[in-house]
Design a protein around this ligand. Structure first.
Ligand code: GTP
Ligand code: MG
Length: 202
């Protein structure tokens, strides 16, 4: 295609960058970190109780710069994907029955929305908890679906600040993808993350 023509359209294009993964991996923590780093505000609420994000959240026009390069995207935080949502988990965490059932219902809808939205993504960051077994049904299904759709994927092995984190295990599980180990919570290795992001959407 004619270069000038292409560049003209490139200006207008809003890249949709999705954050996907199982509940509790740290998607919203990473979204908040990115937003704090580049626009000085947070994006959503974080909790150690799973399914805190139950609706798609979008932060438009996030502009990042690294080594003279610049990138603008719409950042999409998604509800964590799970194969089984049990309201008893929320009861155990101290929620009342009605609230726990409501959270489970919303979480189920959230999973469906996340999957529906996959087709809208130009690139996806899969956020995994590096202290957990990477070979889960959810992880394999998410990554398999992204591969089938030809959507560029960057895998984040999050929570490397924890002693139990195993970056190499995540690497070994998904050898065809770039894996970057970070701590979204403490902001460790974010430069490497941003550089990988530039490579992803280049
Ligand atoms: N130690 C540590 N904890 C983290 C890190 N990132 C996130 N967490 C914690 O992990 C829990 C889940 O974080 P969230 O950002 O809510 O996870 P999520 O992937 O958005 O979860 P859902 O919205 O339920 O899908 C919270 O208690 C966070 O504080 C990290 O880098 N290190
Ligand atoms: Mg979340």
């Amino acid at each position: 295609m004619n270069r000038i023509f292409r560049d003209l359209f490139a200006e207008k294009k809003h890249i949709k960058l999705g954050l996907y993964g199982p509940p509790n991996g740290g998607k919203t923590t990473l979204a908040n970190r990115i937003c704090k780093d580049w626009i000085g505000e947070e994006m959503g609420s974080v909790s150690n109780l799973a399914h805190e994000t139950r609706e798609i959240q979008i932060k438009e026009q996030v502009n990042i710069k690294s080594k003279g390069k610049e990138l603008t995207f719409n950042l999409v935080d998604t509800p964590g994907i799970a194969t089984k949502i049990d309201y008893e988990e929320f009861l155990k965490a101290g929620m009342k029955e009605a609230a726990a059932k409501k959270r489970a219902k919303e979480a189920t809808k959230g999973v469906i929305d996340s999957i529906k939205w996959l087709d809208n993504m130009d690139a996806v960051i899969v956020v995994l908890d590096a202290t957990e077994d990477p070979y889960s049904q959810v992880n394999i299904t998410i990554i398999g679906n992204l591969q089938a759709r030809d959507i560029p994927v960057l895998i984040v092995a999050n929570k490397v600040d924890l002693k139990k984190a195993r970056l190499m295990k995540v690497n070994d599980a998904f050898p065809q993808y770039k894996v970057v180990g970070i701590s979204a919570k403490y902001g460790n290795h974010m430069e490497e993350f941003y550089e990988s992001l530039f490579d992803l959407v280049r």
